[in-house]
Design a protein around this ligand. Sequence first.
Ligand SMILES: Nc1ncnc2c1ncn2[C@@H]1O[C@H](COP(=O)(O)OP(=O)(O)O)[C@@H](O)[C@H]1O
Ligand SMILES: [Mg+2]
Length: 273
Amino acid sequence: MPRNQQDNPYAVIEHAVQKLKAKEYGAREDQDRKTMDEVFDRRAMLAIYKLMTEGLIESIDFPISTGKEANIFRVTSKEDKRFALKIYRTSNATFKRIARYIEADPRFHGITGNRRKVILAWATKEYRNLLRLQKAKVRVPEPIKFYQNLLLMEYIGTEQMPAPMLRNVLLEDPMATYKIILKYIRLAYQKAELVHGDLSEYNILMEEAGPVIIDVGQALTTEHPNADDYLKRDIENINRYFRSLDVKIKTTEEVMIQVKKKREVKKAKGGKK
Ligand SMILES: Nc1ncnc2c1ncn2[C@@H]1O[C@H](COP(=O)(O)OP(=O)(O)O)[C@@H](O)[C@H]1O
Ligand SMILES: [Mg+2]
């Protein structure tokens, strides 16, 4: 029986990936090709194919970023919506980096050991953290779907390009941005009961409307024994950055106290709207 593209998923996605490789990586280094081959292994391709059959991915438009743990691509859905697709690498190095976070997280007890399982749990974790943060009214990319080591989320940026990192923009009103970020740290802590754990001018994107917090895979619950250390480090990072912009920052201690104050939570629970 002749196989058409429909019943040969591998061929469909292979085609899409080859197109992308030719387009974006044609003239670049071997290293880039190697990374692409690592990201688009057979399993990842089948996972992408699954999202294609659901209409969530129609085309892979361009790579946005190649990080230590994941690659991010801009994709377009069947309905012509833009999304960001984060593909976690399943290599041993990635596994080693993230295993220590997962081990200490009570939500992930019993799944350490198996490399692939740990990485899948990691993608799930970022998805769940995004949901919790969104519910707490922290501006994050809206999570759309996770499947295996893929996370599909709202794309932050314009048609032409992804939104820049905080570190790469000239802020109109740095004080206002500083305050919004502190508010997000507080909402995350009090409402989502999460500490980002890797917050800095690298993991905040700036869209027209303001800052967007990203890269929440490693975020930890406020119950975590080291939560306060990570919270302190997050605040210090933000303070350091805004001090460099000559913003009159609050002391780390002052921010810590405000973030940890439970007043707001109680007020919300009291039913006041
Ligand atoms: N939803 C998104 N929309 C647009 N760009 C994004 C999105 N998520 C991530 N990026 C871009 O990809 C980069 C890496 O993403 P991040 O989640 O921080 O992964 P990493 O673990 O590699 O640091 C970001 O710095 C940002 O430029
Ligand atoms: Mg990052």
